[in-house]
Design a protein around this ligand. Structure first.
Ligand SMILES: [Zn+2]
Length: 512
């Protein structure tokens, strides 16, 4: 299944016809495998939806009717992700990955219940374990009843798979919800799973996480071993899976629409070469420092002819007073947050579209997690800035069993890091005091998701909660009750985008 996805990307880039031949023959082989041997072991049974997506991809290119038969067979033999109140299993990656299977099957059957089933998986796991910022749910390895505090985390594979699911659901439904969930993970959860140079990663990253070491934190988290250290070799699944999260994200910035137009759904600097109208090739160039800036500029290239097509731009649900200009003039009024703006016109070479999505500080309250509060600024969620002490370790000593194939690697070039808090983190936040302190320019070619280079810094007042400490499992203690004793004095603290905070508190108790 993984190799099929790689071949699809390779074909989209090269047009190498051998991919089509190979996949056709492989799928005909799959049709010959008896059901009792097909998608039966745990991982492939949970993840048959990946196989199904590849079948849809090939069918769109060849129209081979045998593939319709195979689609039905794959769905029949894949774990059942369509139950209302239970899931086949609660493994964090399987849920993030399996949720898209019913909606993918909808492409073959047209049965809207299948789309509803994918929405239900997304909602079920979040209402039970996802009452936290960062777009994910607390599952560690497997979600467990009673473990839903923001100190429970998600595997790096889970982030990458949920981003892919969000992109696929966006393709199938067009629902802006999926774009926003994808951004939430991409900006707030995913970047903090890595060292700033992406050479090492940790298996588990949580919204509240104040220690990142090589110790075993079971049963506080559902993982047995050194799963919180930044290790370049351990956690092999994540070391491979993380390689697709940003490339697939880039592939889905700009999409084709059913009415032969173009849609900007995720925002980043890019150049998209697309076919619109009656197959006319255009280029849309996008320039922005989003999510660290509110402005996005598009330039349409039409090869010097005029082309009629609708251009859709997603208006984020969090923005108020969004503006949109074509060649400097406001042409669309009444932009509705959470919907698409559509500019249907004759486009000429060099036409410009400028949008501005003003960002404001806003708050969410997580009632089931002690009425804790998280702070948002547009698509970014903020974390307490904790002074992080990085301790270098020899990777050959901290790598676990699944890393032995890397024996020949030069460990001095690939260190492990443990991260410890060197400043207090147990603050209750006075929410009305949060304000923007500093806005710095984005540095070209520099990872903005680091404490040193993050372009936005905020300030707030807070009081320490003395009884909120590292607990017996050496994890950030579960959130204190609202009326827990606070220190007498207010202190000024800094907040930064949580994607830049490798140690973080992003769901806060509050103080008046
Ligand atoms: Zn993994």
């Amino acid at each position: 299944m993984i190799a099929l996805w790689i071949l699809q990307s390779y074909y989209e880039y090269t047009g190498d016809a051998r991919v089509i031949d190979f996949m056709t023959r492989y799928f005909h082989f799959e049709l010959s495998v008896p059901d009792e041997h097909f998608l039966k072991t745990y991982w492939e049974n949970s993840r048959g939806g990946d196989n199904l997506w590849s079948v849809a991809w090939l069918y769109n290119r060849t129209g081979d009717s045998k593939l319709l038969e195979l689609a039905e067979k794959i769905h029949r033999n894949t774990a059942n992700w369509t139950k209302a109140t239970e899931l086949p299993n609660w493994h964090n990656v399987n849920v993030a990955q399996g949720c898209r299977e019913p909606a993918t099957y909808y492409l073959f059957t047209g049965d809207p219940k299948m789309v509803d089933a994918s929405y239900n998986v997304q909602s079920l796991v979040r209402r039970t374990f996802g009452q936290v910022p960062g777009g994910m749910f607390g599952a560690d390895e497997n979600a467990r009843m009673g473990f839903f505090d923001p100190r429970q985390g998600t595997e790096t594979c889970g982030f990458a798979e949920q981003m892919a699911s969000d992109e696929i659901m966006l393709l199938i439904t067009g629902d802006p919800y999926w774009a926003e969930n994808c951004e939430d993970i991409a900006f707030n959860s995913y970047p903090a799973a890595f060292m700033p140079d992406y050479k090492a990663l940790r298996y588990i990253t949580a919204p509240n996480m104040v220690r990142s070491d090589s110790e075993n934190h079971k049963p506080g988290i559902d993982n047995d071993g050194p799963f919180l250290a930044m290790n370049p070799f351990s956690s092999r699944c994540c070391q491979h899976n993380h390689g697709f999260a940003w490339p697939y994200y880039a592939e889905h910035l700009m999409l084709a629409t059913p009415d032969n137009g173009a849609a900007a759904v995720l925002f980043s600097t890019c150049e998209a070469r697309m076919k619109v109208s009656e197959g006319k090739e255009i280029v849309i160039k996008e320039e922005t420092d989003y999510p660290f800036d509110t402005q996005i500029r598009f330039t349409v290239g039409t090869n010097e002819v005029a082309v009629n097509f609708p251009f859709y731009i997603r208006i984020p649900s969090w923005t108020r007073n969004a503006s949109l200009k074509v060649n400097g003039k406001s042409v669309v009024t009444g932009l509705e947050p959470g919907k698409y703006a559509c500019i249907d016109r004759e486009w000429k070479d060099g036409d410009r579209v400028e949008v501005d999505f003003p960002m404001e500080i806003s708050f969410r309250t997580w009632q089931v997690n002690k009425n804790s509060v998280s702070v948002d600024y547009g698509p970014l969620t903020l974390s307490l800035r904790i002074s992080e002490k990085y301790v270098k370790k020899n990777s050959t000593e901290t790598a676990i069993w699944d890393s032995k194939w890397q024996e020949g690697a030069d460990a001095s070039q690939w260190p492990t890091y443990e991260i410890y808090a060197e400043s207090p983190w147990n603050y209750a936040l006075q929410v009305e005091s949060v304000k923007l302190k500093e806005r710095r320019a984005l540095k070209p070619g520099v990872n903005p998701f680091t404490q040193a280079d993050v372009p936005l810094v905020f300030e707030a007042r807070g009081k320490q909660v003395p009884d909120w400490k590292i607990d017996e499992y050496k994890l950030c203690g579960v959130l204190p009750y609202e009326n827990a004793a606070k220190s007498d004095v207010y202190e000024t603290v800094e907040l930064i985008p949580m994607g830049a905070a490798r140690l973080r508190i992003s769901a806060f108790p509050t103080c008046q």
